[in-house]
Design a protein around this ligand. Structure first.
Ligand SMILES: C[S@@+](CC[C@H](N)C(=O)[O-])C[C@H]1O[C@@H](n2cnc3c(N)ncnc32)[C@H](O)[C@@H]1O
Length: 293
């Protein structure tokens, strides 16, 4: 059985007219704010932002992500070593926020029946190119993590590597959606920003490990354009918020991983660096089981 709702090689249309870019190739931020932002506005802004950022993001991180590889986080934890999803051969697997879909291709090569979902047509267009160049054509679907267009109990396993959950306004609602599409006894594993990153500056330098805002301030981080329109949104939850959202969505929390920096890994990603990684976590991995009955 295939999970594919559309032909695998069909590149999705890019719906955004395009945001103005800064010299580094990422969308130029006119300003930064902390303000309440709902799900529809978050999904619209992040779809447009990731459409515009896709070339810069993949040129900066594509070689680290690989074309057929499952990297959970900048610390260097790989599914090949962690086995968080169990044996995926013959399983129906949904990846949420797949980006260029290297994880989904890795899962397909491991024998899974995969569907890769992302809100951004720009990211999915690159995923379609890599489907062709690698010869591993995973089905691609453009949709918002907050409203999964799948039937109840459609998949055995779901996963997300920094895709979707940091960007949705209501984490419990998104987790409830994931629980709905999982079969009883199914598993969901997601990596997200470690909540401890939130109150500190976005810098890889260990000297910047200083608390400059409140860990308890849940107002989303928002970037705006010159007219004050929201162009990027990231939502913060404390560790307790995550536990309550997971349990409130009807999952059993099996584990919370805080991966340590991989020995010898020198790659820097934004504020993730070997120097900071030696001192504090940058990633939280949520391991959630749907009860069997
Ligand atoms: C940091 S990238 C991670 C992509 C990929 N997992 C990786 O490791 O490169 C975040 C991804 O989440 C996607 N995304 C953001 N908001 C989303 C939403 N509401 N629903 C689905 N995907 C979303 C973005 O388009 C982007 O591809």
């Amino acid at each position: 059985m295939t999970l594919s709702p559309r032909p695998a090689t069909d590149p999705p249309a890019i719906s955004s007219p395009g945001l103005p870019l800064a010299p580094d190739g990422y969308p130029a931020a006119g300003g930064v704010a902390r303000r309440a932002t709902g799900q529809a506005a978050s999904a619209r802004a992040n779809r447009e932002w990731w459409d515009a950022a896709a070339p810069a993001y993949l040129s900066e991180h594509g070689s680290d992500l690989g074309d057929v590889d499952f990297l959970w986080c900048p610390e260097g934890l790989r599914e090949a070593d962690a086995h968080l999803l169990g044996d995926v051969a013959g399983r129906r697997v949904l990846e949420i926020g797949c980006g260029s879909a290297p994880c989904a291709r890795w899962l397909a090569r491991a024998g899974a029946d995969v569907l890769a979902l992302d809100v951004s047509g720009g990211m999915l267009a690159r995923a379609a190119e890599l489907n062709r160049s690698t010869g591993i054509a995973v089905p691609l679907l453009q949709a918002d993590a907050g409203a999964l267009p799948l039937a109840d109990a459609a998949v055995d396993v779901a996963c997300s590597a920094f895709g979707g959950l940091p960007f949705v306004a209501d984490a419990q609602a998104a987790l409830t959606e994931v629980r709905r599409v999982l079969r009883p006894g199914g598993r969901f594993v997601a990596s997200v920003n470690h909540p401890m990153r939130w109150p500190m500056p976005d810098s890889p330098d260990p000297d910047d490990l200083q608390v400059t805002s409140s860990y308890f301030d849940r107002r989303p981080y928002v970037e705006t354009d010159g007219a004050g329109r929201t162009v990027y949104v990231e939502h913060h939850r404390t560790i307790g918020d995550w536990v309550r959202a997971i349990v409130g969505a009807g999952f059993v929390l099996a584990d919370l991983l805080e991966p340590e920096w991989t020995k010898g890994r020198t790659q820097t990603w934004g504020q993730w660096s070997p120097e900071r990684g030696a001192l504090m976590p940058g990633t939280l991995v949520l391991v959630c089981n749907k009860p069997s009955a």
